[in-house]
Design a protein around this ligand. Structure first.
Ligand code: CU
Ligand code: CU
Length: 511
């Protein structure tokens, strides 16, 4: 890129212009530590001999990896192997070896994507997301994968039938028709490649329909450090992978270990109407198990949005991103950002300080996505006990009825801010809803949930309720009939399980 290109780029949308300017700024070897990215002065062309230019010299890159090998030899034993792999959010330190041998076998497996929601998934390395690969520019990846989707799993066969799978590493520069070819159940593919660019790269199954293979769980991240390492030092490093699930109850309302089984919903998938949007594979997973941090620490998050179809507006409540490296490459630097916008398969490294004791909520600031589970915590407390009230969701049992289970999630995201469900011990702006099915008929609840404004105009019980609660009417939640029925089922379930530890609420109050 050079200065002549600037006017054409600058005439595009403002984001593109800012990106172009940032790239120009870094092309002259300067990290944007001042306001230089906002000036309109044309940047000098990059010097061919500068370190930044030589980093991207394609003559020095490995662009001729050997052909892939496909055999009918089958791996056995563990499904993921290699010292470069991390299986949790905590990124393991870089293995200094310049050759990284990794194995990620594909499996079909039932996973839990939300409390009480078991999903028939397809995996890399027997987990969703698949393990994170940690390496550095110049490293050679020796990859192998057996398609083990045909292996029997314990108990009755609930998983999808065996099928073809493949591996597509965005971190590689290789011929897709050779390296990324689909292999049959029982086959093994092996190939090698060299990491030419630093970044946080997606990997995924590319077998058609790719949309279904990604939505079923076949994705993960490759973190490639710059050859000379990152320019900053941090105290914590975590990998955050955002993804969507599109699910419906399995045919015949099948159950696994007494819990309803869910399968891929093709209609929702093609219309991009997700049922869950999550971090690291689990609805609200890091709310229940926050990532530990300490006040004063510098944190680096490797954030990857795998989609398959949604954009993430990643934000951490209570802090500012000191540095954002788009796609995980320090040459693509922004400073002082509040959110980072990530399309499907886009990534960023974000670094920030933890200013003081507390629980810092990671959230997709597209709040429709957050309400589907794309939230998590970085907490200086043991179990996130200081969490923001809206997100203060203690682990609690889940009804087995699919409508009621869905309603529980809806209650936690929509209702919990104003209503407790703890039986006379909760004091929030609205009534505690424990025992509500004993106080009101289903018909009354249905009419109330459908149209609180109509009820307040006509129903004496509703009028009395309003008086009790400081004349603050409940806003109409615009619930569908199906959602209302689910909530009523959920309230019945809570009331018939009085020992159930319900979602957390503070203080004392009358119901
Ligand atoms: Cu696949
Ligand atoms: Cu891809």
């Amino acid at each position: 890129m050079n200065a002549i290109v600037l006017p054409r780029f600058a005439s595009l949308a403002s984001l593109t212009a800012v990106l172009s300017l940032a790239l120009l700024t870094t092309a002259c070897g300067e990290r944007a530590s001042t306001s230089s990215a906002q000036t309109s002065a044309p940047a000098a062309p990059a010097q061919a001999s500068s370190p930044a230019a030589s980093r991207y010299d394609t003559a020095k890159m490995d662009l001729k990896p050997a052909p892939a090998k496909v055999t009918s030899e089958r791996h056995s034993g563990v499904y993921a192997e290699g010292s470069a792999l991390s299986t949790t959010a905590a990124l393991k330190p870089l293995d200094p070896s310049p050759v990284k041998t990794i194995r990620l076998d594909t499996t079909h497996k039932i996973i839990e994507i939300a409390p009480g929601v078991r999903f028939s998934a397809w995996t890399f390395g027997d987990q969703v997301p698949g393990p994170t690969v940690h390496a550095r520019v110049g490293d050679r990846i020796k990859f192998s994968m057996t398609n083990r989707s045909d292996e029997p799993v314990p108990g009755p066969r609930m998983t999808a039938a065996p099928m073809m799978h493949s591996m597509d590493f965005h971190a590689a520069m290789v011929s897709p028709e050779d390296k990324y070819r689909s292999i049959a159940p029982g086959q093994t593919i092996e190939f090698e490649f060299t990491l030419n660019y630093p970044g946080v790269f997606m990997y995924h199954c590319g077998t058609p329909m790719t949309l279904e293979h990604i939505a079923s769980g076949m994705y993960g991240a490759v973190v490639v450090e710059p050859r000379e390492g990152y320019p900053t030092k941090v105290d914590r490093e975590y990998v955050i992978i955002q993804s969507e699930f599109y699910v419906k109850p399995a045919p015949g309302n099948a159950k696994v270990e007494g819990v309803p089984l869910y399968v891929l919903d093709g209609d929702r998938l093609r219309n991009a109407q997700s049922t869950y949007t999550v971090f690291n594979g689990v609805h609200n997973g890091m709310m229940r198990n926050p990532l530990p941090v300490k006040a004063g620490e510098r944190v680096r998050l490797y954030v990857l949005n795998v989609g398959p179809s949604k954009t993430s507006s990643f934000h951490v409540v209570g802090t500012i991103f000191d540095r954002v490296w788009m796609e995980g490459n320090p040459d693509n630097q922004f400073r002082g950002m509040q959110t980072v916008l990530l399309g499907s398969s886009n990534s960023a490294i974000v670094e920030f300080m933890i200013p003081e004791e507390g629980s810092y909520v990671m959230v997709d600031h597209h709040f429709a996505n957050a309400s589907q589970g794309a939230v998590g915590l970085l907490s200086t407390g043991a179990a996130g006990e200081n969490a923001t009230e809206h997100h203060n969701i203690a682990a609690s049992p889940t009804p087995t009825d699919p409508d009621a289970a869905q309603a529980k999630l809806q209650f936690e995201s929509k209702c919990l801010a104003c209503h407790a469900l703890v039986g006379g011990r909760g004091k929030k702006i609205g009534p505690d809803l424990a025992g509500v099915t004993k106080r009101r008929s289903d018909d009354w609840l249905r009419r109330w949930l459908k149209s609180p404004e109509d009820m307040l105009a006509t129903d004496p019980d509703a009028k009395a309720l309003l008086k009790e609660h400081n004349n603050l009417p409940m806003p109409n939640q615009n619930l569908s009939d199906k959602e209302i029925n689910g909530l009523i089922k959920y309230f019945h379930w809570v009331d018939s399980n009085p020992a159930t530890p319900a979602p957390a609420a503070a203080g004392q109050g009358k119901s």
